[in-house]
Design a protein around this ligand. Structure first.
Ligand code: FAD
Length: 513
């Protein structure tokens, strides 16, 4: 048998269903998977076990998300108010980028749309046509989510909301440790068995190369048919045991360190994550109900750990609640997300960069794809290949979108920004930028996560202005379009001003006990 090809004999019978699903790791990825599979494998046939080690601990810094997380919670049947209260959560309507295009500039990448198309013409094309004639306010003036951010307001639009509130897209910000705890409760109620302890050895089948069982530090043996590697950066199964390999993206995403610290809240939590570019890196600010999450992301080639800590500590709004913690990573992705009978989720599958809060989404997407392609004991190549193709496309598209933020800058105040500005982007991104520079066109590829409004927000926000606009825009009467655009802009603003502040909304329906 070729390595990785299990036959019916190997697996003890044709198409035998997975009976033992073993998840290694109890961070965000492990507990998200355990919760999802406790619901979807609730068939009396498959036992789900999760192994975690308190001694090793979790990374615990992934606290900002993007809107698709709402469908993950919906899939689990989670009540949003209960969830927000249990995780000290807040709502997030987008990301504000400060000093990215140039020092002194700021823009919002809002969730959802800019305006709406008129007679089939994309809104941003009509905006570009108007801009060719006169000074225009930022395109985020035509976004419901950006209007909510501008005024620090938020309320759940609710199902059946009408324009413009139906365009108030949002996600969550939460305490990562509380999130894992919440999902653990959910998974355990759904029958997931939790084993505390350290895995010290991984046994492989001599013929198929499949993982057969794990040895724990206390000598217990945990056997499985399918393994989910959620062990974090170490990639215990996917790399240490299966030597899958890693595509390193450092030449495009050179940051490889972060220093993080939580602070007391000194202002009411706003419905946004803020990403501020610093001279040699960038700083995140994530408001939660009980504290503010802060961190500086940087490259060790341009900034020492001590300088990074000093930069972070000098740029905090409130008193620190603990000592800052430094983390190391290498941007990139595991060459295969699914190798033999091991599927990798979370940091063991790679790490793009926390800039657009996409890691938790990649976990969610990996779980959804695995449910869609759930194998039998053979883990056939055809299912694996499909999974790997989808996850690779998704990760590479996210990578390109994140690289755009670093590359499309006019900053020249440090060797770090000089490198980012002048580097050669991947061909796939270079093509997208070139197309956009012509007439502002964006086409969404296969499984691409970020849609046109996201690309438009960052391109415009960082100063990539197309030379022209799509000629199709000229088919529409200019004064009528102007009137419609002016009305839309007023609608967003008026609707935002009628919302409560995010603090009022949380106090009313989902404050932590
Ligand atoms: P971990 O949290 O590291 O968990 C690994 C688990 O494996 C632990 O339970 C550990 O005990 C267990 N384990 C490991 N080895 C063994 C062993 N031998 N035996 C038993 N158990 C073992 N994502 C976002 O979506 N939004 C963000 O804003 C965001 N910000 C981030 C900022 C930074 C600086 C970094 C580094 C990451 C960020 N992420 C973010 C990513 C996010 O933190 C992770 O995607 C998410 O937490 C998932 O982590 P994990 O569960 O894969 O790994």
């Amino acid at each position: 048998t070729a390595p990785g090809r299990a036959t019916d004999q190997d697996t003890g019978g044709a198409r035998a269903p997975i009976e033992r699903l073993v998840i290694v790791g109890g961070g965000t990825a492990g507990w998200m998977a355990a919760a999802a599979f406790s619901r979807y494998l609730n068939n009396g046939r498959t036992k789900v076990t999760l192994i975690e080690s308190a001694e090793i601990g979790t990374i615990g810094v992934g606290e900002a998300t993007i809107p698709p997380i709402l469908s993950f919670n919906k899939m689990l049947g989670i009540n949003e108010n209960e969830f927000i209260a249990a995780t000290q959560g807040t709502f997030k309507a987008g990301i504000e980028f400060v000093d990215w295009g140039a020092i002194g500039e700021r823009y919002v990448h809002p969730f959802g749309y800019h305006g709406h198309e008129i007679h089939g013409v994309a809104f941003h094309q009509l905006y570009l046509r108007a801009r060719a004639q006169r000074q225009m306010p930022p395109i985020s003036d035509w976004s419901m989510s950006a209007a909510a951010i501008r005024h620090g307001r938020f309320a759940r639009p609710g199902t059946g909301a009408s324009f413009p509130l139906d365009q108030l897209y949002y996600a969550y910000q939460f305490d990562a440790a509380l999130y894992a705890r919440y999902l653990r409760g959910y998974a355990e109620r759904g029958g997931v068995e939790r084993i505390e302890g350290k895995v010290v050895d991984v046994a492989l089948d001599g013929e198929s190369g499949f993982v057969t069982d794990l040895t724990m530090a206390d000598g217990r043996i945990i056997a499985g048919d399918l393994f989910l590697d959620c062990s974090g950066f170490r990639g215990l199964l996917i790399e240490q045991a299966l030597k899958t390999g890693y595509d390193d993206w450092s030449r495009w995403l050179p940051c490889n360190r972060a220093v993080a610290v939580a602070t007391e809240n000194v202002v009411p939590p706003e419905p946004l994550t803020r990403a501020t570019a610093r001279a040699r890196g960038w700083q995140w600010r994530i408001p939660l109900q009980h504290r503010m999450g802060n961190g500086l992301v940087y490259s060790s080639a341009y900034l020492s750990d001590d300088e990074a800590r000093d930069t972070l500590m000098a740029n905090l709004e409130g008193p620190a609640l603990a000592d800052p913690r430094t983390l190391s990573f290498t941007t990139g992705r595991r060459r295969l997300s699914w190798n033999r009978n091991v599927v990798t989720l979370g940091l063991s599958s790679g790490f793009v960069e926390p800039l657009e809060s996409t890691s938790i989404h990649l976990v969610q997407a990996g779980i959804a794809k695995l449910i869609a392609l759930f194998p039998d004991k053979r883990c056939t190549a055809v299912e694996r290949d499909e999974y790997n193709r989808a996850m690779k496309d998704l990760a590479e598209d996210i990578r390109d979108f994140v690289i755009l933020h670093f590359h499309a800058t006019r900053r020249d105040d440090s060797p770090f920004w000089d490198y980012c500005r002048t580097m050669e982007p991947p061909d796939s991104l270079a093509r997208k930028i070139a197309l956009f520079r012509e007439k502002g066109r964006v086409f969404r590829d296969n499984f691409e996560l970020f849609a046109t409004p996201s690309w438009v927000a960052v391109m415009f926000g960082q100063g990539i202005w197309p030379e022209g606009y799509d000629p199709i825009a000229d088919a529409l009467d200019e004064s009528r379009v102007d009137q419609a655009m002016a009305q839309m802009r007023r609608d967003y603003e008026d609707a935002a001003l009628r919302l409560p502040s995010q603090a009022e909304f949380i106090a009313r329906c989902c404050a932590a006990p």
